[in-house]
Design a protein around this ligand. Structure first.
Ligand code: GLU
Length: 306
């Protein structure tokens, strides 16, 4: 579908875009990322992969982990029970919005890919404080075909020390009975999950697994139900790219999820998965170089689902 040489050329052609963005700094440790880093990995559904640029370099997964949290919540809890607490609609507000906890329906978070919705989804994962984190970590390991995933302790500590907005969101949700129990414990698990280190290949395999109906094309392991993958990708289409989700869909036609560490994964049902990493973010919080790369790849490889 694309040659190694062309993939390398594309990374070079998109390097200009990294200069149009800035690395995230609201989590202090993220400010140390390399703004010029850019890489990509393509994984098809037969398990053939190809990387270009700095695809091996790891960043923290941040919001992309919300897809794994949501998938685990879907596996552990019927959808109608889940949607009594978390709605599945797009939002015009930012990922860390507090005003977005809709007033009707007991202040439900608007979707599972904003912080409130991800924290509430994590609460719905079985196993309680002893088991929740490990369940999502195990799923993430299976989705990425990487059983050696680890947490960036410095980013984790940095977010834990400064994540007061997430604390406010979580305590507010406790007051409205969306979640219950030990809020600090739940937040600790959320901060750890956001700090898992991934590279472009991990993200591409995770995306390809979603695109393949839950069966990991590298390991052959079934990680998630096909219907759950469809639900997770549907929410990626409408809510995966923060305030740029609509424009990104028009430009690429791909379900995708980004994170403030600079990663984006894009799942193309029936075709494959793409993982890109470029820590310089545009004004909507998406990787500037990553968006440029995904737009060009969608055109060249004819990846739009529309
Ligand atoms: N850990 C980040 C936060 O909660 C994730 C945000 C993101 O990547 O959008 O602020």
């Amino acid at each position: 579908m694309i040659t190694q040489q062309r993939l390398e050329e594309l990374v070079n052609e998109c390097a200009f875009a990294t200069k149009q963005g800035k690395v995230a700094s609201y989590i202090p440790k993220l400010a140390e990322a390399d703004p010029q880093q850019l890489g990509v990995y393509w994984m098809d559904l037969e398990g053939n992969g190809m990387g270009a640029g700095e695809w091996e370099k790891r960043v923290t997964v941040q919001s992309i982990v919300k897809v794994a949290i949501f998938l685990q919540a879907l596996a552990d809890c019927p959808l109608d029970e889940l949607t009594r607490r978390i709605s599945l609609n797009a939002t015009a507000e930012t990922f860390n919005s507090i005003v977005d906890l809709e007033v009707k329906n007991h202040h439900r978070p608007l979707n599972p890919y904003i912080n409130s919705g991800a924290i509430a989804s994590l609460y719905m994962v079985s196993g309680g404080p002893e088991g929740r984190l490990q369940r999502v970590m195990d799923l993430l390991g299976k989705l990425t075909a990487n059983d050696a995933l680890s947490i960036d302790e410095q980013v984790y500590v940095s977010e834990k020390q400064t994540g007061h907005r997430n604390r406010a969101i979580a305590y507010f949700m406790k007051s409205t009975q969306i979640i219950d129990g030990d809020v600090e414990q739940l937040l600790d698990e959320y901060f750890r999950l956001c700090s898992v280190k991934v590279n472009c290949r991990d993200l591409a395999i995770m995306a390809a697994t979603l695109a393949n109906g839950g069966k990991n094309p590298v390991t052959g392991v079934c990680c998630a139900r096909k219907s759950h993958c469809k639900t997770a990708m549907a929410v990626m289409v409408s809510c995966g790219m923060y305030g740029q989700s609509g424009e990104f869909l028009v430009r690429t036609g791909m379900p995708a999820k980004s994170g403030v560490g600079g990663g984006i994964m894009a799942a193309i049902p029936g075709k494959g998965g793409l993982g890109v990493v470029g820590p310089a973010l545009n004004e909507t919080g998406n990787s500037a170089g990553g968006i440029e790369l995904l737009s060009r790849l969608s055109d060249e490889m004819d990846l739009s689902i529309l």
